[in-house]
Design a protein around this ligand. Structure first.
Ligand code: HXC
Length: 257
């Protein structure tokens, strides 16, 4: 496939997708959304890829949805195209996805980072939902995912004022899992992805599903969902291998079966 707005690489069992529209600070236009979803969907289906890292440039992970593409649209244009619908496909990916954020992650850029399974931030990262300054509000899930990630007080503060938060505040608030020196952010995310990709892929996918169930179900239902998945893994080769390796004091060799 020919990608014009992203760079796609594979390093061992890790897929790396780099948003590449430097002239627009990686603003997420429709072409970028379609290409990103296509690239990661292919990795999701590829048994040779066990985890994905999505990153941008050192200045911007992504400065938002593409304001210039949206500016002249009318209601019926937005509705008929079901603008941003494609991002739902991204959230249905089963493969673990890490966002490596350096610089601006604003609007749709922050929302894309939050659609990933976790965020590793450079110490120069700036997160914000500044849509209110444009006369709109978050449209790719920000009002829901930011609130679940950081709670009502900070989500309201950010979405109503449009103010940006830095990496340290983002970590303190639970938006990001780690802060690292900006120049190391891709390397650190690749290392984390490599660790994940060394596990059993189906088990990692099921673990992602189980954690995500916490956002969709009540506690008892979620715990039951987890336990049933746990039971089901005793039908896998990788459970036999993982537990045998522990007993034999060696590293497991997972076959992803
Ligand atoms: C289209 C964008 C863009 C965006 C930046 N650019 N953000 N183009 N959509 N979201 C373009 C600029 O127009 C400019 O192009 C080039 O990228 C460089 O940006 P500058 O503004 O010159 O850079 P700088 O002065 O360093 O400022 C960086 C910035 C600023 C603070 C991040 O670019 C900014 O505020 N961007 C918009 C942030 C935002 O509001 N995001 C939310 C978008 S709405 P030219 O051609 O002029 O050089 C959204 C949610 C969707 O994402 C929900 C519905 C709206």
């Amino acid at each position: 496939t020919e990608y014009t707005n992203i760079l796609v690489e594979q390093r061992g069992r890790v897929g790396l997708v780099t948003l590449n529209r430097p002239e627009a600070l990686n603003a997420l236009d429709k072409a970028t959304m379609d290409q990103l979803v296509a690239a990661v969907t292919a990795m999701d289906a590829d048994p040779g890829v066990g985890a994905v890292v999505i990153t941008g440039s050192s200045k911007a992970f992504a400065a938002g949805a593409d304001i210039k593409e949206m500016a002249s649209q009318g209601y019926m244009d937005m509705y008929a195209a079901d603008w941003f619908r494609g991002w739902e496909d991204f959230t249905r990916l089963r493969i673990p996805v890490i966002a490596a954020v350096s610089g601006f992650a604003l609007g749709g850029g922050c929302e894309l980072a939050m659609m990933c399974d976790f965020i590793i931030a450079g110490d120069n990262a700036k997160f914000g939902q500044p849509e209110i300054n444009l006369g709109v509000l978050p449209g790719m899930g920000g009002s829901q995912r930011l609130t679940r990630a950081v709670g009502k007080a900070k989500a309201m503060d950010m979405i109503l004022t449009g103010r940006f938060i830095g990496a340290e505040e983002a970590e303190r608030s639970g938006l990001v899992s780690r802060v690292v020196p900006a120049e190391n952010v891709v390397e650190e995310a690749l290392k984390a992805a490599e660790v994940i990709a060394s596990k059993s892929k189906p088990v990692a996918m099921l673990a992602k599903e189980a954690v995500n169930a916490a956002f969709e179900t009540g506690l008892a239902q979620g715990v039951l969902f987890e336990r049933r998945i746990f039971h089901s893994l005793f039908a896998s080769e990788d459970q036999k291998e993982g537990m045998a390796a522990f007993t034999e004091k060696r590293q497991p060799e997972f076959t992803h079966r």
